[in-house]
Design a protein around this ligand. Structure first.
Ligand code: GDP
Ligand code: IMO
Ligand code: MG
Length: 421
């Protein structure tokens, strides 16, 4: 039995989708346990190119069973569309994909409130995906949520009535438009009927799998530094993103987690507001051009920065990362020199990430080391030895700083553009 959590060690979008798709061949179960459809995971394989928001990225491996744990929040319209899209692409999810009835639903008022709160905060806004994530998790922990189990009786209708009374008052006060009870009820009843064949309590399934020594892959959404507690609060997301979240979010006892893969981009990106210590602000620079990405969920331009080893090391320590998967090493090709942040100082004194809050992190002095880059295109390399020496040194530098071996190296977005060491 192995239970491997795949987590992002930066601010999300490290390439978790590709890595989970790559590792899924070897496992029996692939599961999402946190976040919601704020996630956008890119998978490129023999079925095509996908931006997946809810279904686990390992679903393409024919022998895997996909699970959405109770810790995930679901916009049903997005999930229905995703299931249809995957089935149309020939992936065939029916009979091997299950949704926990404990998962909470993103309701129309969550999305409206997400937008209204962001607008009210003005310059201090978080830059959310506006998918309703903050409001739905707030409702979950304040006992105002709606779950799939509620649809098996009149609980759904009763709870929706109360919630609409409350939420409509807030929406109107903030200048939004009132939601109609009957139309929301009918819309969501319709979603329930469509998704009902996939809704199943996961407790026995997970317990039986553990007992039968099956292999599990747990796909985190977001990244370590978007975690509500350990991220750059308040510029974070509303769910726990470190592997411990898999315990509550899927029902896996913590001591059963055997491996933690830290997916680390060879540089750094961030979407939305909040500190990004190594941010590259010169939009005319070669590195800015090369690192540029478009967000998989919202289509926003991702902010970019140099690799920050203090961030990678903190993530490794916090989550007990057992092996790193370095992604996008190919993207660095052609740059003469690379800057790598090896630590921070505050008022002349060494500080760790955990010593400062988000506002402090914005002000820390970065200690950079300049390392030599490489000119060669490495996208065809399939062994560590085939990489230019300077690329090998870059990998070794990450291993030394984090204390964790780099087991996989991504040299392209496709599944097989991966070096295994
Ligand atoms: P996720 O949210 O962690 O799954 O990451 P995203 O899919 O949002 O963003 C990662 C981006 O990097 C996507 O466009 C991927 O296709 C791409 N990607 C992942 N690994 C590699 C790699 O090794 N090389 C290159 N060039 N692109 C990669
Ligand atoms: P994946 O799983 C990158 C960011 C948003 C915003 C903050 C809060 O693809 O790595 P939210 O909508 O969650 O309330 O927004 O979190 N964010 C992500 N950034 N990748 C993600 O997911 C993200 N999910 C949320 O940009 O700054
Ligand atoms: Mg993403």
């Amino acid at each position: 039995m192995t239970v491997t959590a795949v987590i992002g060690s930066q601010w999300g979008d490290e390439g978790k989708g590709k890595v989970v798709d790559y590792l899924a061949e070897q496992v029996d179960y692939v599961a999402r346990f946190n976040g919601g459809n704020n996630a956008g995971h890119t998978v490129i394989n023999e079925f095509g190119t996908f931006k997946i928001h809810l279904v686990p990225s390992g679903i393409f491996a024919k022998n895997t069973v996909g699970l959405i744990g109770g810790g995930v929040v679901i916009d049903p319209a997005v999930l229905i569309e995703e299931i249809e899209m995957l089935n149309k692409a020939g992936v065939g999810v029916d009979g091997r994909f299950w949704i926990s009835p404990r998962s909470h639903l993103i309701m129309p008022y969550h999305k409206i409130l997400d937008g209204l709160y962001e607008e009210a905060k003005g310059a201090g806004a978080t830059g959310t995906t506006r998918r309703g994530i903050g409001p739905v998790f707030a409702d979950k922990v304040s006992y105002n949520g709606i779950r799939w189990t509620d649809f098996t009786s009149d609980v759904f209708e009763n709870r929706l009535k109360v919630q609409l009374e409350l939420k409509n008052k807030i929406i109107v006060a903030l200048g939004g438009e009132v939601l109609n009870y009957e139309s929301v009820r009918d819309e969501y009843r319709g979603y329930y009927l469509k998704l009902k064949p996939y809704i199943k309590e996961l407790f026995s399934l997970v317990q039986d799998g553990l007992k039968a020594n099956k292999h599990f892959l747990l796909e985190q959404a977001m990244g370590t530094f978007l975690d509500t507690d350990w991220g750059t609060y308040p510029f974070v997301t509303a769910s726990t993103t470190i592997p411990s979240a898999a315990s509550a979010g899927l029902g896996i006892p913590p001591r059963y987690i055997t491996n933690v893969v830290g997916v680390t981009k060879a540089y750094t990106t961030r979407v939305g507001a909040g500190p990004l210590p190594t941010e590259i602000l010169d939009t005319k620079s070669a590195e800015y051009e090369q690192f540029g990405e478009v967000a998989a969920t919202t289509g926003r331009i991702r902010r970019v920065g140099w690799l920050d080893l203090e961030i990678v090391k903190t993530a490794a320590q916090l989550s007990g990362v057992t092996e790193l998967c370095l992604t996008k090493l190919d993207t660095l090709s052609g740059l003469e020199n690379l800057q790598v942040c090896v630590g921070y100082k505050m008022n002349g004194v060494d500080v760790r990430y955990a010593d400062v809050d988000a506002y402090g992190l914005d002000k820390v002095e970065k200690i950079y080391q300049t390392v030599a880059g490489w000119k060669e295109d490495i996208s065809k390399a399939r062994s560590f030895e085939a990489l230019p020496v300077n690329a090998q040194n870059y990998v070794k530098m990450i291993e030394e700083a984090s204390g964790v071996p780099v087991k996989w190296i991504g040299v392209g977005p496709e599944r097989d553009a991966t070096i295994r060491r």
